[in-house]
Ligand binder design. Structure first.
Ligand SMILES: Cc1cc2nc3c(=O)[nH]c(=O)nc-3n(C[C@H](O)[C@H](O)[C@H](O)COP(=O)(O)OP(=O)(O)OC[C@H]3O[C@@H](n4cnc5c(N)ncnc54)[C@H](O)[C@@H]3O)c2cc1C
Length: 597
């Protein structure tokens, strides 16, 4: 086995361990790759139960009042600090422990309700929303999900009020996108009472202000010379904890404290291990599922702000004796922002509901949500920036700050390229395994193999022939639903063709993977939008409301999304991939810009 094969085997083993621990029900996104529409995951559109809606409304009212009076995003950016009064206020309202169970002092909110709160903060200040995410969505999440009752009792009460703060520390110099490559070591002490941690972490939000850090480090696997990642609860008062840089100067979200720290022979009691020993990567990825949903919520909030700003300016600024909003190229931008904001909210709500319903394995959908919302927000900000023209460039308006703040979204919590490849590869695994079954049987026929291959073949064939049913309730949505069904079949056909054409090399063909992932993300987004419109129409009907909500932006989203999907799939056979690879190779091997020009 050569080095590359060895590395590939290692990656596959890790992925298997992380993702396919046992038999699982077919989730929505995996269903898409099989040509199915797993409707009970996405329809009817989820609603917050009435009992919790009242509590949420009250929290939102209190939060808005507080943010209007006490949050100054421009000042936070200028001072590169979130004042303690803001943190205390958020703690008082309950924002810093919203989803924690009431028995530990939290609000016991669902992830859907939590997302509504984060959307409200994301609307105003990215620094503050990233701070809240770092503390509550990921910082204390491992404790909430994997902590024992004793650990929760000990740590949570102060963390959920904001008296103490949390952070999540995975990234290191050698473990960025390659998160499994954590180098920080955790050696068990001889008497087994504690672990001794050594190593460095970087780019950690809240590191310098946190009282509790969830730290990932490698522990030995008993009976072998291997190591595996384990999650630890570390406090900065432990001897050997050294803050190397408390606030690394940076482009945006300047109010957050992003730091670097070292652990030098830090003794961490065994009582501080979070979750099973050696299962830290599973802990980390589960934590990030939560982080990615609130990421979606914050991006939704920011996109709504983009829309408000765009409308305000387009209706008032006059050039050529017209308001800017009278020009079609401005209208186009405003319509697109409105369509995207509607879709981002729908996708966030549907994905958060997967968590609340206790469904299994929604890792693909949270990855899709993260990539889709962060890419769309970047476009939204770019569009509104353009509408404001020169004025956007000056610091008296919030747009340059919003632009700087939004840039981290495509990088943090999994760079979008890494997640895009992940979506395609994990999604294609199901049909890929079926083809492998067929191929292996053709190469080496056996009775058992034949029956498995027959079942796999039947599955593949029926998925390419049948158009899945998209069961909307509203008559006026049937045409869109049929079109979505046809596109899912088309998508499945394209996935099958790519698997048959490229076979194993597809594992490295990221340009192909990107189109497949992009098509699947748009299929998921369009589904969420369709489900949301359907839910709103039915809700209006049930409540006898005369005025039906305006769905023109949602309708536009569906049309544009369907067009994009067709484009991505067409690109699988009509593209410049060879030329792209050749040009990049020429640059990378010559090492100079001149040689390539
Ligand atoms: C402001 C800020 C706050 C952060 N907060 C935290 C935190 O609280 N906790 C924490 O643990 N981490 C945190 N991070 C770290 C963040 O998650 C990482 O920066 C991110 O995972 C990317 O890792 P990297 O920076 O090492 O980039 P690299 O891994 O070096 O990747 C650089 C680029 O290479 C490309 N790339 C990499 N791998 C692939 C691939 N397989 N295929 C295609 N392209 C690829 C991507 O375009 C990527 O953007 C934070 C980072 C920042 C900037």
């Amino acid at each position: 086995m050569n080095k590359l094969d060895e590395q590939r085997q290692k990656e596959i083993q890790q992925a298997e361990e992380l993702l396919f621990a046992g038999p699982q029900a077919l989730g929505f996104a995996k269903g898409l790759f099989q040509g199915h529409f797993v409707s009970d995951w996405v329809m009817p559109y989820p609603r917050i139960p009435e009992a919790q809606q009242g509590e949420l409304d009250q929290t939102l009212t209190e939060l808005r009042k507080f943010l209007n009076a006490d949050l100054d995003p421009a000042e936070i950016d200028r001072q590169a600090d979130i004042p303690r009064s803001v943190i205390d206020g958020l703690g008082r309202i309950g924002v810093l422990g919203l989803t924690a169970p009431k028995e530990y002092g939290g609000h016991g909110f669902s992830q859907m309700a939590n997302c509504k709160v984060l959307e409200e903060i994301g609307r105003r200040c990215a620094s503050t929303s990233v701070f809240v995410n770092a503390h509550h969505s990921i910082g204390i999440r491992a404790l909430l999900l994997f902590g024992t009752h004793e650990q929760k009792q000990k740590w949570l009460p102060k963390l959920v009020t904001g008296e103490q703060l949390g952070a999540f520390a995975l990234t290191e110099r050698e473990a960025g996108s390659d998160a499994a490559n954590v180098q920080m070591q955790a050696r068990p002490s001889e008497d087994g009472s504690h672990f001794i941690l050594n190593g460095e972490k970087r780019y950690i939000t809240n590191a310098a202000i946190a009282h509790e850090l969830t730290v990932m480090a490698r522990t030995p696997v008993p009976g072998s010379d291997k190591t595996a990642v384990t999650a630890f609860l570390v406090t900065p008062d432990m001897p050997g904890f050294e803050m190397l840089e408390a606030r690394m100067p940076k482009t945006g979200i300047k109010g957050t404290a992003t730091g670097r720290f070292a652990l030098r022979d830090v003794k961490v009691p065994k009582e501080n291990v979070l979750g099973p020993i050696g299962k830290g990567l599973k802990v980390a990825l589960t934590v990030l599922d939560f982080g990615r949903t609130t990421f979606g919520a914050c991006c939704t909030g920011a996109a709504k702000t983009c829309l408000e700003l765009a409308i305000a300016h387009a209706n008032t600024r006059r050039q050529f004796n017209k308001t800017l909003g009278e020009f079609e190229l401005v209208k186009k931008k405003i319509a697109r922002i409105a369509a995207d904001a509607y879709a981002m909210e729908a996708m966030t709500t549907v994905t958060a509901a997967f968590i609340d319903r206790g469904l299994e394995d929604y890792m693909l959908e949270t990855a899709m949500l993260k990539v889709f919302t962060t890419e769309r927000l970047w476009e939204c900000i770019n569009d509104v920036f353009q509408i404001y023209g020169g004025s956007a460039y000056f610091t008296d308006l919030p747009l340059e700050r919003m632009l700087r703040d939004a840039r981290i979204n495509q990088i943090g919590e999994g760079a979008n390229e890494v997640l895009t490849s992940f979506i395609a590869l994990v999604g294609m695994r199901g049909p890929g395994m079926e083809f492998k079954e067929i191929y292996d049987t053709m190469m080496k026929p056996s009775r058992d193999g034949m029956s498995k291959a027959w079942a796999a073949g039947k599955n593949r064939l029926s998925a390419t022939v049948l158009v899945p049913d998209v069961p909307v309730q509203s008559e006026q949505l049937r045409a869109h639903a049929r079109q979505l069904g046809r596109l899912i079949r088309h998508f499945n056909f394209a996935v099958n063709r790519a698997l048959i054409t490229y076979r194993e090399p597809i594992l490295d063909m990221q340009l192909v993977q990107e189109r497949i992932a992009n098509a699947s993300m748009d299929l998921f987004a369009a589904t969420c939008v369709l489900s949301r419109i359907d839910g709103e129409i039915q809700f209006t009907k049930r409540n006898g409301n005369a005025v039906s909500p305006d769905h023109s932006a949602a309708d536009l989203f569906l049309r544009q999304s369907f067009r994009r999907i067709r484009g991505f799939l067409a690109g699988l056979t009509d593209n410049d991939d060879k030329a792209v690879i050749a040009a990049a190779k020429s640059c990378l091997t010559s090492g100079t810009a001149e040689a390539a020009a």
